[in-house]
Write a protein that binds this ligand. Structure first.
Ligand code: G6P
Length: 626
């Protein structure tokens, strides 16, 4: 994992690299480092810990140059120490490399290179890249090639020696104003300016400087120089860059007055959902529109089963999707963790639609699941937020989430956007398969359009949630319970509390408590029960009553219950210790509303405990290793 950045051009380089790293810090924050070349001298600064440690180091030991690279690390191979921080150098100290990914055969390469006389200084797999390129450069030393071509050739030869997945950027003090970047797996985007070029793991790092970009494909090598950029494949064939313009405004990657990105992103949810609905419903509000799906009606009618795959929050959204799609489109649906999918020899064919959910579109396990599906000729749809993401390139069609950049490590607005996108997908499939009449469809879409405003009402209760968070900050653990569609939301609530506030939490189907977990209930363990009610849905009514019985059982065992209920609720109020109300909504949509108090609860608990909300320990937002 990790984030890489590079710049060649006339501007002051260090602020550009640091700015880029700040935008990429969500990808890992175990250490950070820079390497720049100034008048033929390579200078490196590296520091363990967050980016501010590196900034402090640079304040004490400033540096400057005309081209350079930077890195923010999520440790895979080698502890998160300063020695293991990128950039890594070759023996000469004139070549520096930053890397996102894993070199799988690094141990074999390392011992071969050691035998050949290369001296290793770190525990990382990345260092072999620097030494490998050094070796290939030595082999090319007598060739008449231009220095930039020689560096590119050496990098290409090194790539051929390595197995694994990697995005690499490198510079050499002997090749002025040149950066070589390679993609073999994780994303690499080239930013194009006037006589200046950028390379990064994510467009977020470039938005302030340019929105003209080009995404490298797997197996491509780019050479960035002041006078231009050239791209070739691994065989050395020239590739014409496919230029794209990113529509996001730079302001979207600022906190905009909020203390944390996560809180800002929670508050952005009504807007994000409006954007999503605008993009994916027809102007007359009568039907769903998915323009980026390349499947025709006939293909959709041939689908017999559906498989949803995702990780983390995206997996929870997929669980909710199963309810929605089976109910509204009557299509048998299964959900898998992306990381498990291909190891259980899934039964897939042209009649199985695989829908891969991913905020980033870069999660390695989800990409691997998609490749497995394609190997079996199953059609693949992506539900994705990331513009230009790998997932969107590998799937036959994409339903974009339109949530805007999400920077807090915990997914918030992308999660609720996934829920809404799945709802629309269920309506769409229902229409194509003839399980929903036109008027049902129109009602379902009308109800969807009511959600953003209802979400605003939930957000207005933020202060009540902050008050309740005090109990959770002191709690040793917590339970989150729900039935039906609220069960995946309970899982999400528990995950958020774990990852943000470091409180052990478990999400459970409320009806399963009596099969074991009830033994844990005592007066110290808060139990959050989601029990909203849709008066127009008999199913919701039934689930409400069953869940109410579970609340009463928990109370009989001295449990402390916090209920997430619909406005005007009477029954839960009589038994629960605390309540948070959400507006009445359709059962199929109220999980979106019920999620928000849980997001706020985890957020405020984490703040009260002094946790780093946007960058929880040991985690990263975009997990590009399996
Ligand atoms: C990481 C993040 C989670 C996210 C998961 C899946 O673990 O910390 O918040 O839900 O990855 O990410 P994706 O981008 O594939 O949705």
């Amino acid at each position: 994992m990790s984030g890489i950045i590079g710049y060649v051009g006339p501007r002051q380089i260090v602020p550009i690299l640091l700015h880029g790293l700040r935008r990429l810090e969500y990808r890992g924050y175990d250490s950070a480092g820079l390497a720049v070349v100034d008048e033929g001298r390579l200078e490196v600064r590296r520091a363990a810990g967050k980016l501010r440690q590196l900034e402090e180091l640079i304040r004490l030991q400033p540096l400057d140059g005309t081209y350079g690279i930077g890195h923010t690390r999520w440790a895979t191979h080698g502890r998160p120490t300063t020695e293991n921080a990128h950039p890594h150098c070759d023996c000469s100290g004139r070549l520096a490399v930053v890397h996102n990914g894993i070199v799988e055969n690094y141990l074999a390469l390392r011992s071969r290179l050691t035998e050949e006389g290369h001296a290793f200084r770190t525990e990382t797999d990345t260092e072999v890249i620097a030494h490998l390129i050094e070796k290939h450069l030595q082999e090319l030393a007598t060739s008449a090639l231009d220095p930039d071509v020689r560096l590119e050739k050496a990098a290409r030869a090194a790539v051929r020696d390595m197995t694994g997945v990697f995005a690499v950027a490198l510079i050499s003090a002997d090749v002025p104003e040149t950066i070589v970047a390679v993609r073999q797996g994780p994303p690499v985007v080239i930013g194009i300016g006037r006589e200046e070029y950028f390379v990064a793991s994510d467009v977020l790092a470039l938005l302030y400087y340019t929105r003209e970009v080009c995404f490298l494909e797997d197996g491509q090598i780019a050479v960035l120089m002041r006078r231009g950029v050239r791209i070739r494949d691994l065989e050395g064939n020239a590739v014409t860059p496919r230029l794209e313009r990113i529509g996001w405004e730079p302001i979207l990657v600022e906190k905009g007055g909020f203390p944390h990105f996560m809180l800002k992103e929670i508050y952005e949810q009504p807007r994000a959902l409006r954007e999503l609905l605008k993009a994916h419903t027809a102007a007359d509000g009568r039907s769903v529109r998915f323009e980026e799906i390349e499947m025709d009606k006939e293909q959709i009618r041939q689908i017999r089963t559906l498989r949803l795959v995702g990780c983390g929050g995206s997996w929870h959204a997929a669980l909710a999707g199963e309810f929605l799609i089976e109910h509204l489109a009557r299509l048998p649906t299964e959900v898998d963790y992306s990381s498990e999918f291909r190891y259980r020899d899934p039964i897939l064919d042209e009649g199985t639609l695989v829908v891969a959910l991913s905020q980033s579109g870069e999660t390695a396990d989800t990409l691997a699941a998609v490749r497995e599906a394609r190997r079996h000729r199953a059609p693949v749809l992506a539900l994705c937020n990331g513009r230009g993401a790998t997932l969107t390139r590998e799937a036959q069609g994409t339903i974009f989430l339109h949530a805007g950049p999400e920077i807090g490590v915990a997914s918030t607005k992308a999660f609720t956007a996934e829920l809404m996108a799945l709802y629309l997908l269920a309506v769409y499939l229902g229409e194509q398969r003839g399980t929903l009449a036109a008027e049902q469809r129109e009602r379902l879409l009308r109800e969807a359009w009511m959600i953003p405003e209802k979400l605003e009402r939930v957000l207005a209760k933020d202060d009540d949630v902050r008050e309740l968070a005090r109990q959770f900050a002191r709690a040793p653990a917590a339970f989150f319970l729900g039935r039906g569609l609220y069960y995946p939301i309970a899982l999400e609530g528990a995950l958020l509390l774990k990852e943000l506030a470091y409180v052990y939490a478990e999400g459970y189907p409320a009806g399963e408590m009596k099969h074991g977990p009830n033994a844990l209930i005592d007066e110290h363990l808060p139990i959050v029960v989601i029990n909203a009610r849709d008066p127009e849905s008999p199913l919701s009514q039934l689930l409400y009553e069953k869940t109410l019985a579970n609340i009463i059982e928990a109370k009989a065992r001295e449990g402390r219950v916090l209920g997430i209920v619909t406005e005007g609720d009477v029954e839960v109020r009589q038994v629960a210790d605390g309540l948070l109300e959400i507006p009445v909504a359709s059962y199929w949509l109220s999980p979106i509303l019920a999620t928000v108090p849980l997001q706020l609860l985890a957020y405020h608990t984490a703040v009260l405990k002094g946790c780093d909300v946007d960058q929880p320990r040991h985690l990263a937002k975009s997990v590009t290793v399996e």
